[in-house]
Design a protein around this ligand. Structure first.
Ligand code: GBH
Length: 439
């Protein structure tokens, strides 16, 4: 393939999230999060894994920042643990928690790496869950207060509000496979509305207090395709696309919920009763960037069932289909108002282990990243305003219900020793970042 140059100033980054890498779950006054509670219940997480040790990033952050710098990357996306800032979810901030993220942001500045913090990557303070969590409208107001504390404490230009509200709704409240482990559509879509409200309230706070900064959500978008040419499959695609994509994109970027999806929801949830006057305007607070997370397409048959059509690797939900990255970026560009796009996550879990020579040969990850970056480049050529790309993840880490079994890192973590070994993909990615081009 010919050499493909990326736009000047394109951000080459990598991402992590607090609960997945930090460990140190009781250090410096951190409060309990819903994921501490969920992981403590046998059967919820594979092998009984918990947030300890994570990748011990809370203690080893300086070493990890050196690693990012050694890879020549220009961006680092991380998340802030709300329970470190407000151990009980409200009130006066815990200074030691804030200090950690100040050290992290300062460390990035010293190394010339742009920070992209996410305010919420699923680790809700348990104290707020005890008061109803995202089903309680008040949680959105608490989130805005938390956001204000963090915005004022950290000198950072670009922010992400909420990571994948859909995953909280689907995995946390519909299927019960993530914290808080609820299986109830009626409650799930109420939580959905409040998550979106929380996003909008926080975006407003940033715009009021720091008008030159930028903010947006990080949405995991799944292009949906028919598994066959039946009219039933086409109808199933439209329905599934509503639940996967439009339910989140439309209120944020178009100011209203998609009607077909809202109708389907209203048959199973009191969610519409929770949409109060003014809420849609809050949710549609203009975003300055849109975080796009792409891993897999969803092919559905005439019964609306997902059909796996392509190769998968360690995670059976992740079908390798780079074309989906192109499709999602082009769709955003054509169907939604123009907003700078940032690929805030893209990556794959592979069954990595160091060889006898100590090298980790993750050829499949290199191919995955290369093919998806080609798709990004092609979408940019079609007018998609993509500013940067963040590989998920910098480090092998706590992969939620899969525990430490699934390895998404470009850097291998030997958990017993916490030794880091850059995989072959990290070395490959360093060359891409350095040259700003793909070969
Ligand atoms: C993202 O989630 C997360 O932001 C990140 O924390 C995570 O580590 C990364 O991707 C890799 O998973 O119910 O069959 O879909 C992606 C969305 C939702 C995909 C949960 C896997 C569980 C299996 N994920 N889902 S399934």
């Amino acid at each position: 393939m010919e050499t493909k140059r990326f736009p000047q100033g394109f951000v080459w980054g990598t991402a992590t999230s607090a609960f997945q890498v930090e460990g140190a779950t009781t250090a410096d006054g951190r409060g309990v999060s819903v994921w501490d509670t969920f992981a403590a219940v046998p059967g919820n997480v594979r092998n009984g894994d918990t947030g300890e040790p994570g990748a011990d990033h809370y203690r080893r952050y300086a070493e990890d920042l050196d690693l990012i710098a050694d890879l020549g990357l220009s961006g680092y996306r991380f998340s802030i643990a709300w329970p470190r800032i407000q151990p009980n979810g409200s009130g006066k901030p815990n200074q030691k928690g804030l200090d950690f993220y100040k050290r992290l942001v300062d460390g990035l500045a010293e190394r010339g790496i742009r920070p992209l913090p996410t305010l919420f990557h699923w680790d809700l303070p348990q104290a707020l869950q005890d008061k109803g969590g995202w089903e309680n409208r008040d949680t959105a107001a608490r989130f805005a207060e938390y956001a204000e504390i963090v915005f004022d404490a950290l000198d950072v230009a670009d922010w992400v509000t909420i990571n994948e509200p859909k995953t909280v709704v689907d995995c946390g409240y519909r299927y019960g496979i993530h914290a808080p482990g609820i299986k109830d559509d009626a409650r799930a879509f109420v939580a959905c509305h409040h998550l979106l409200l929380a996003h909008g309230l926080a975006a407003r706070v940033l715009h009021e207090r720091h008008p030159s900064r930028r903010i947006g959500p990080a949405l995991n978008l799944h292009p949906v395709y028919p598994a066959d040419d039946s009219p039933e499959a086409a109808a199933a695609v439209r329905h599934r696309d509503g639940l996967e994509n439009r339910l989140y994109l439309d209120p944020i970027l178009k100011g209203g919920y998609p009607e077909d999806t809202l109708e389907w929801i209203s048959a199973r949830s009191p969610m519409p009763d929770h949409i109060l006057d003014g809420d849609l305007a809050i949710i549609a607070e203009p975003v300055d960037l849109l975080g796009v997370q792409y891993y897999t397409p969803i092919f559905v048959d005439g019964r609306g069932e997902r059909v796996i059509k392509h190769r998968t690797a360690q995670a059976d939900w992740l079908e390798i289909y780079p074309e989906g990255m192109y499709d999602i970026l082009v769709r955003l560009t054509r169907e939604y108002r123009p907003v700078p796009l940032v690929i805030t996550e893209n990556g794959i879990a592979t069954d990595d282990a160091p060889g006898p020579d100590g090298r980790v040969r993750d050829e499949l990850r290199i191919a995955y990243l290369r093919d998806h970056l080609h798709a990004v480049h092609r979408a940019i050529g079609e007018g998609a305003r993509v500013e940067g790309y963040f590989v998920w993840s910098l480090l092998d880490n706590f992969e939620w219900a899969e525990g430490y079994a699934h390895r998404f890192g470009i850097v291998y973590v030997d958990y017993p020793t916490q030794r880091r070994i850059p995989k072959d993909s990290a070395l490959w990615y360093r060359e891409v970042a350095k040259s700003n081009e793909l070969r």
